[in-house]
Design a protein around this ligand. Structure first.
Ligand code: PBG
Length: 332
């Protein structure tokens, strides 16, 4: 597309910015409640919640309170909620057996939500880190994150989540070959309609810090995740990963983190035209909230500006901790 602009004064681009109604008519992108996926943290217990100091206004919730949150989300029109479990360190092991237990915390929460609010889509996290004694997304042997053995555990985890009723599985582990292996197992086990939203281009990012506090992985993580998550300096590699995951049977793909990686969102959308999502991660959320709390920025205005930026970059939807706040605002 070659934009045509007559010379000034024949063309004055400010004409369409003069009033609110003209600006509204000329607006190219919009954020809607149906673009939102709300990530929530689940913990054991009953009728309780715990604040997360590095994520203002975000709390870990017991299963019954997650159900209440899901009801609220559905009534606001938010299409999906994404579950992340906070696991007692005492049940974390090196083999991560808890991940494929049908009654683990995440699967109990999924069943409870699907029973109480069947209309909301439940997305789950497929990665070993919440249950792993060393905090990694894969199984560690002699200091190495072993790929194929991790994929076996992830496949069992995915099938257990599908069985619990998850609508969307979100493999966030970045092992090679996991999408194809999961898709085959889901077909074989009768879960052919379970969708996979692959964290296809997930970077080894320092923006995940507050999340690791929220799920209790900060102290546990031994080393870093650079042998499986992407190098922030790379862009072409993201396209290869997305192509590979789509070929293996992913229905939707994600770029993560969000705002610092909008160039990747745009390239992925332009290249593949697949349903494309961005994760506005914990560090992005906390920077906006922290600066807002200090009076340095207007956090509500920055929240809206950041979300429209994802739409402008071609994203079909955004995982964001702001989901209920922005939904309330949009619903007036
Ligand atoms: C791990 C996982 C992470 C996030 C989602 N799933 C952290 C990590 O890779 O260490 C980060 C989300 C956020 O920062 O909000 N499987």
């Amino acid at each position: 597309m070659t934009p045509i602009v007559a010379p000034t004064p024949m063309s004055r681009l400010r004409r369409l910015r003069r009033t609110a109604s003209l600006r509204a008519l000329a607006q190219e992108n919009a954020i809607g409640v149906d673009d939102l996926i709300w990530p929530v943290f689940v913990m054991e217990g009953e009728d309780a919640s715990q604040p997360i100091p590095s994520m203002p206004d975000v709390e870990r919730l017991t299963v019954d309170r997650v159900v209440t949150a899901a009801k609220e989300a559905a009534s606001l029109g938010i299409p999906a909620i994404c579950l992340f479990p906070y696991i007692d360190p005492a049940i974390k092991t090196e083999a991560c057996e808890e991940v494929w237990d049908e009654n683990n915390l995440s699967n109990r929460a999924t069943r409870a939500i699907k029973e109480a609010v069947p209309e909301i889509a439940v997305m789950t996290d497929v990665a070993l880190d919440p249950y792993n004694a060393n905090g990694h997304d894969g199984i560690v042997r002699d200091g190495v994150i072993v790929n194929d053995e991790s994929v076996e555990a992830l496949v069992k985890m995915a099938v257990a989540q599908a069985k619990a009723g998850a609508d969307i599985l979100g493999p966030s582990d970045m092992m090679d070959g996991r999408i194809g292996a999961m898709r085959q197992a889901l077909e074989a086990e009768g879960y052919q309609d379970t969708a996979i939203l692959s964290y296809a281009a997930k970077y080894a990012s320092a923006f995940y810090g507050p999340f690791r506090d929220a799920v209790g992985a900060s102290g546990a993580l031994v080393g870093d995740k650079k042998t499986y998550q992407m190098n922030p300096a790379n862009s072409d590699e993201a396209l290869r990963l997305v192509a590979r995951d789509l070929q293996e049977g992913a229905d939707m793909v994600m770029v993560k983190p969000g705002l610092p990686y909008l160039d990747i969102c745009r390239r992925v959308k332009d290249q593949f035209g697949a349903p494309t999502y961005a994760y506005q991660v914990s560090g992005e959320y906390s920077m906006i909230m922290g600066a807002g709390a200090n009076g340095w920025i207007d956090d509500q205005a920055v929240m809206l500006e950041s979300l429209i930026a994802f739409k402008r970059a071609g994203c079909d939807g955004i995982l964001t901790y702001f989901a209920p706040r922005v939904a309330k605002l949009l619903n007036g």
